[in-house]
Design a protein around this ligand. Structure first.
Ligand code: R5P
Length: 285
C-alpha cells in the first residue's frame, strides 16, 4: 500500500504517511510549454491512497492524471477540498451543476472516495464509487483549546454553519450559536448571535470555507461593535482568495487559521488524523 499526493496535498499526505506508517509514492510533476500537465509516478502498489485537494482547474487535471497513472491498483481517493462544491445546485437557468460534474469525473476511476467537510454532504451522492465525508470539527475544537481563550463562544456565521459550530464546541464545555442577520432599514443590517450575547466574550467564528473573507469580516466587525473581547476566525478550508488573510488580520481578528485540507501558511490544524481514522475502516495499515 502507498500514499500518493497531488501538489496541493503534499504536506497532508506526508502527515498521513507518518500516522498510518504507509510510504509515499515519489511523483514527478511537469508542465509543458503549452500549459499541459505531465506526471509520472515511481513505484506504485496494489493499493494506492491518492490525496488530492482540488483547489482549481490545474489540480483537478493533476488528480485525474494520478488516478490514471495508478493503473489497475485499488484506488482510494481522498478529496481534502473539492473546488466547485459550492455550485451544488442550479441557481439560475442554463447553469452547469459544477459539483456533480467534478465529483463524477474524479470518482469514475476509483474504488472509494473520502471527502472532508464538503460544502454540502449531498454532493458525495454524485460519486460513482462509495463515498463518505469526514469532519475536522473535533480537530478545530482541540486546537481552540490550546489558544488560551477564556470560555470561548463558538459561532457559525450563518444557520448553515450552526451544526459545525456545535460540533467544534464539543471539544470543551463551550457554548455555540450562529449569527443571525436582521435588516434594520433599507441600507442597514445587523448581524448578531441568534440566542447568546457576545459582549465580553472571546468569540470564535468557525466555518467550512474562508474564501474572500467577506462573511467573516462582516461578522467580526459586528461582534466587536457588540463588545466581544476578541474575535478569532477558524475554518476547515482556508482558500484566502484576493488577500483575505490580510483583510481579516487588518480587521483586528486575533487568530486566523485553517486546516491542511487546503494547504497554506496558516494551516495550523491537520486533517490527517480524521482521514486516517476513516481509511482504517476500509484498509488495514
Ligand atoms: C458559504 O455558504 C460558505 O459556508 C462560506 O461561508 C463562504 O463560502 C465563505 O465565503 P467568503 O469567505 O468569500 O465570504
Amino acid at each position: 500500500m502507498k500514499i500518493a499526493a497531488n501538489e496541493r496535498s503534499q504536506v497532508l499526505a506526508g502527515r498521513l504517511s507518518e500516522i498510518a506508517g504507509v510510504p509515499l509514492v515519489d511523483t514527478q510533476f511537469r508542465v509543458f510549454p503549452d500549459g499541459e500537465q505531465y506526471l509520472k509516478m515511481e513505484g506504485g502498489d496494489d493499493t494506492v491512497i491518492i490525496v488530492g485537494a482540488v483547489t482549481g482547474d490545474a489540480s483537478f487535471v493533476q488528480t485525474l492524471l494520478m488516478i490514471d497513472a495508478c493503473g489497475d491498483a485499488e484506488k482510494i481517493l481522498v478529496l481534502p477540498y473539492m473546488a466547485y462544491a459550492r455550485q451544488d445546485k442550479l441557481f439560475n437557468e442554463g447553469e452547469a451543476l459544477s459539483a456533480r460534474v467534478v465529483m463524477e469525473a474524479l470518482s469514475a476511476g476509483v474504488d472509494r472516495v473520502i471527502t472532508v467537510n464538503i460544502h454540502e454532504k449531498e454532493v458525495i451522492g454524485y460519486a460513482k464509487a462509495p463515498a463518505t465525508n469526514v469532519t475536522v470539527a473535533p480537530a478545530i475544537g482541540d486546537y481552540i483549546a490550546t489558544l488560551g481563550l477564556d470560555n470561548p463562544l463558538i459561532l457559525g456565521p450563518d444557520s448553515g454553519a450552526a451544526g459545525f459550530a456545535a460540533d467544534v464546541a464539543k471539544s470543551g464545555p463551550w457554548e455555540s450559536d450562529h449569527l443571525f442577520k436582521t435588516r434594520l432599514s433599507g441600507s442597514e443590517v445587523e448581524v448578531r448571535p441568534k440566542n447568546l450575547d457576545a459582549a465580553g466574550r472571546d468569540a470564535v467564528v468557525v466555518d467550512d470555507i474562508i474564501s474572500t473573507g467577506g462573511t467573516i469580516a462582516t461578522a467580526a466587525g459586528m461582534l466587536s461593535a457588540q463588545g466581544a473581547r476578541s474575535v478569532s476566525a477558524i475554518c476547515a478550508h482556508g482558500v484566502f482568495a484576493s488577500g483575505a488573510y490580510m483583510r481579516l488580520k487588518a480587521a483586528g481578528i486575533l487568530h486566523v487559521c485553517s486546516t491542511d485540507t487546503y494547504e497554506c501558511g496558516c494551516s495550523r490544524i491537520s486533517a490527517a488524523g480524521v482521514i486516517a481514522g476513516e481509511l482504517e475502516k476500509h484498509l488495514s495499515f
